[in-house]
Design a protein around this ligand. Structure first.
Ligand code: FAD
Length: 573
């Protein structure tokens, strides 16, 4: 067993965690530790492909933070927190300046200006990029900067419990790669643990990450969660081979001229959004793909066709090199000649941990959150390119706030450590296979709590998830591969089942369609439901609350002007 004490413990070494750590160090705070479940430079952020938004007005001088804010708020179907949106859009250009200072290389025009490209539902060319490996480039420079600043880190450490005393989070317990338990006492604990889209069978995440376990730990510690039903389905994931199912074909392909076609050769987005076509909001394009496939207009492998053969190989190699190679390797298709088959895939979680707009504290003292594990910025739908901006802007903001806090340390009492140690000692071998239950849960979520929902399917999903939950409690899980792997797997499975229940319950409560949440039994958005659903643990159960959308500042109100509140939906079955 290891015991460590630190001022700030950051759980998660994606863009959000790293940026928080860098800011703390740059503000002179030495006593910080960052931990991650994988290698330090291999968090989920490395997958980010298409780019990062900042209204710098390089390509379109008319762009400004106000327009970026309007695009964000509209895509979010007006249930995001306007105060967070204002901060994000005002500070995004500064986040880019910081990245450039750390050495990031973004695509530039021949005259040296930073290139900005269109992304879906943006009013202007606003998205900066590094080919189609923007996330990798961002992590490269954040890791380098963290190393320059001597940020302490532990990789391959899986945190399975937040430790609380007197209603305050005072540390965390984890298990390292050699199976030792690790107890970390901290004055402040930051969750930067990413989202939960891998709860769905078809997801754009990699194996073993993005299961939302940080969000579940926050819930168990008493933190409020918001809008858990809001899961973004990206329109274009690969449909084959099975090993690559759901893997993302970035929106940048459509931004660079890719067209969506059905098996009749029709450019079907003309029916669903004749103005914005392939660059409509993600929810609209994803549902259009879903509908075409359901109507029998799909491809032989159950997708639709994404066709960017109007671009030369040279162009694709310069703008979309990773996607060009991936499709060639996975599907044997040369994108400059043929179309690739794609279908919707679970991609991003807008729901998550509720934070204070200034301090980023959760509703539990001592516990903070940043990045995709939080909720607030993206409402019912995330504008492509906004997540990378968010993790950098709010990571910096949180680091600045924490640098001004009292970070004096408190030790985790021995009695709490002994309790967890004895729980680990007493783990007994059970009957249920965690792999099978995880597969079944993800499959269930995809079929019944997915891109199109309705009450009977939600009820049946809730009943089945309840059975899964009972099964792991009664029969417990089989220890298949040693205690360390067992703790990771059983913890992950339990969070997946419990979070799935919260998602399905929230989806049931929201009796309307809004953004990525589409219900065939309530196929329209309802102005009276323009609020956030908050869920909080209460004993062995939970409470729900409808919370009013925060009041915008006068500046933001002026920016928003008079935008229509109601979204029109093409009705699906
Ligand atoms: C394929 C793909 C493409 C994308 N493209 C874009 C894009 O072009 N533009 C854009 O803006 N956004 C994009 N996104 C979204 C964006 O990449 C993510 O939202 C963002 O990177 C999340 O960053 P994060 O720091 O919050 O979390 P992550 O990068 O997910 O990091 C989470 C960290 O937490 C750690 N962790 C989790 N649980 C535990 C635990 N129990 N114990 C210890 N550590 C733990 C993980 O190991 C990891 O280090 C894309 C997403 C995907 C999947």
């Amino acid at each position: 067993m290891q015991k460590i004490t630190t001022g700030v413990l950051i759980i998660g070494s994606g863009g959000a965690g790293l940026r928080t750590a860098i800011e703390l160090k740059e503000k002179g705070i030495e006593d910080i530790l960052i931990v991650g479940a994988r290698k330090f430079d291999d968090a989920h952020t490395v997958l980010a492909a298409g780019g990062i938004n900042a209204a710098m007005g390089v390509m379109d001088p008319n762009d400004n933070w106000q327009t970026h804010a309007v695009d964000t708020f509209l895509e979010a179907q007006q249930i995001s927190n306007p105060l967070l949106v204002e901060k994000l859009t005002k500070k995004a250009p500064e986040a880019i300046e910081d990245l450039l200072r750390f050495g990031a290389q973004f695509h530039r025009e021949d005259d040296g200006r930073l290139t900005q490209r269109f992304f879906g539902a943006h009013s202007y060319k606003r998205t900066l990029f590094h080919g189609d490996t923007t996330g990798k480039e961002i992590i490269r420079v954040l890791v380098a900067q963290s190393n320059n600043l001597d940020v302490d880190f532990i990789e391959d450490l899986y945190i399975f419990e937040l430790i609380e005393k007197d209603g305050k989070v005072i540390g965390a317990a984890g298990i390292n790669k050699v199976g030792e338990s690790v107890y970390i006492s901290a004055s402040k604990v930051v969750l930067a643990t990413g989202g939960y889209s891998n709860i769905y069978r078809r997801s754009s995440s990699r194996n073993r990450e993005n299961f939302g376990n940080g969000i579940h730990m926050a819930f168990m510690a008493g933190a409020e969660l918001g809008d858990m039903e809001m899961v973004q389905f990206h329109p274009t994931g690969l449909v084959y081979p099975p090993s690559a199912e759901g893997s993302l074909i970035t929106e940048a392909v459509r931004a660079e001229g890719g067209l969506l076609k059905n098996n009749l050769g029709e450019r079907f987005m003309k029916k669903y959004d004749p103005d914005k076509l392939e660059l409509s909001t993600r929810d609209v394009v994803a549902r259009a793909n879903y509908q075409e496939i359901k109507m029998g207009n799909g491809s032989s492998n159950g997708g639709v066709y994404l066709d960017i053969s109007s671009r030369t190989e040279e162009y694709l190699r310069s703008r979309l090199p990773a996607i060009y190679d991936k499709v060639m390797k996975m599907n044997g298709i040369n994108l400059s000649k043929d179309a690739v088959e794609v279908a919707p895939t679970a991609h991003y979680s807008m729901g998550g941990i509720v934070i204070d707009k200034d301090t980023h504290q959760t509703s539990v003292e001592g516990l903070y959150a940043v990045g995709e594990c939080t909720t607030g910025v993206h409402g019912a739908n995330r504008l492509g390119g906004n997540s990378l901006a968010e993790i950098l802007v709010f990571g910096k903001d949180l680091g600045t706030h924490l640098s001004q806090c009292d970070l004096s340390q408190k030790e985790i009492p021995e009695s709490l450590i002994s309790k967890i140690e004895s729980d680990i000692e007493n783990i007994s071998d059970g009957e249920e296979s965690s792999n099978v239950l995880l597969r079944d849960t993800r499959d269930l979520m995809w079929r019944k709590v997915g891109i199109v929902k309705n009450m009977p399917e939600l009820d049946s999903a809730i009943e089945r998830l309840g059975e899964y939950s009972d099964r792991i409690e009664k029969n417990s899980i089989a220890i298949e591969t040693g205690k360390q792997e067992f703790i990771r797997k059983s913890h992950r499975l339990n969070s997946v089942i419990q979070l799935s229940l919260l998602i399905a319950q929230s989806a049931k409560l929201r009796k309307e369609s809004r953004g990525s949440h589409y219900r065939t039994d309530y196929p329209n958005s309802n102005d009276e439901m323009r609020f956030n659903y908050i869920i909080k643990k209460e004993g062995d159960s939970y409470t729900t609350e409808k919370r009013e959308i925060a009041e915008p500042t006068t500046e933001m109100k002026n920016a928003l002007g008079t935008i229509s509140k109601t979204q029109n939906y093409v009705h699906l079955e």
